[in-house]
Design a protein around this ligand. Sequence first.
Ligand code: GLN
Length: 481
Amino acid sequence: MDIEEIQKKLVSKEASCVEITKEYLKNITSLNEKLNAFITVTSEKALSEAEKIDNEIDESEDLDVLFSLKPLLGVPMAHKDLFSTKDIETTAGSNILRGYIPPYDATAVKRIKDAGTVMLGKLNCDAFAHGTTGENSDFGPALNPYDLSRPAGGSSSGSGVAVSAEMAVFATGTDTGGSIRTPASFTNVCGLKPTYGRVSRYGIIAMASSLDSIGHLTRTVKDSARVLKVTAGYDPFDSTSSKIKVPDYLESIIGVKGLKIGVPEEYMGDGIDPEVKSAVKNALKVYEKLGAEIASVSLPHTKYAIAVYYVIVPSEVSSNLARYDGIRFGNSRESFGDEAKRRIMIGTYALSAGYYDAYYLKAQKVRTLVIQDFKKAFEKIDILLGPAMPVLPPKLGENSDDPLKNYLLDVLTCPVNLAGLPALSVPAGFSKEGLPIGIQLIGDHFAEDALFRAGYTYEQETRYYEQKPQLPLKGEDPDGI
Ligand code: GLN
């Protein structure tokens, strides 16, 4: 169900919030052992929140007012385990923070709670959000509901699985170089990476502070717009959060007539899987049919984006992870995983005296060129469209012998983070083998409304999101799960 369907049931009393919550908890109980989406399930808390919501609805004299004050009322959801949740263990997917109980809620958690949701638990992710497949989690990889021999995509791996396998209506995620769009496109759900600064980062465990962006994964584009309306906006606790007004994204969500869509030629070149390319070409045909104008554009510095990203990110990671010294914060530094250690070493090196100018400073200069590419493109077009990921979901362990192989998978997602732009990944069909493919829509700063409009119109025309994974899991006895 999407948010609207759930709320309709609540208003018509066809189902209570407790009943709906129990359905989701049942899915979690039967599927999580296999899929490994949740690190923590907070069933008791969820049911007591649901009961309170039922009472609130029963006692309300005006349901319209109640639902406008609490736009996500009664919706069961879950948070990536990178979001601080008061009194609930928050691990960042790492052994370093195993056992850590935050004394406060992140701003996004608080806003989502205040909007009336039921929190079901905390979701698996690559440790400290370092990764592209979810396999860097110290809790083991979350598996792809469409093919259990493949990971779900990371770093917000559990978020993708939970929404895809209907263990939550929506899930939060973070995106520093693709971590929302990657699992979204690998699990056939919709993933939004908002503009840098659109959503407060306060209380979310930092990865690379000049790129971290807080978003969510949903079944539909409309749900994505609904959740952003709640999470977006200025927060005095995060000085990078923007004061720009949050629009009503649902107001003009349909229609792409006259919309100018640019296709970056660098996003359709060598190294892109032919099945991914053909899904993108099909999407362009749909847009053309719906009245959009398609043009080819060039983002010539795309080829430097991976190199720039993998200097800036480890540098900022090494600084942010310095606080986990095992004295003030975190368990013993010995428990850092290989990927965190790798980034600490590369970042410390890139920032050290004598090397700073050659690496970090140089990377920041090239970053400016990447930003200028996008800005120039947006002078002529409204949004950009390309694949979210260059390849189909890999096999478990396929890239584990060489971290560079995973780094290269970020080639189409990380430029967006370097430029601080918003991007939306929308389901765009399946490979011959039945693996999901996502397209990525990229907008100018704070143009999330254009992304929702383009995403929603396409989604309603194609409805790929309706093709759910086959659950109970293929060929398995549901009682045996
Ligand atoms: N795959 C990228 C990385 O490993 C992105 C991670 C993210 O967005 N959190 O850095």
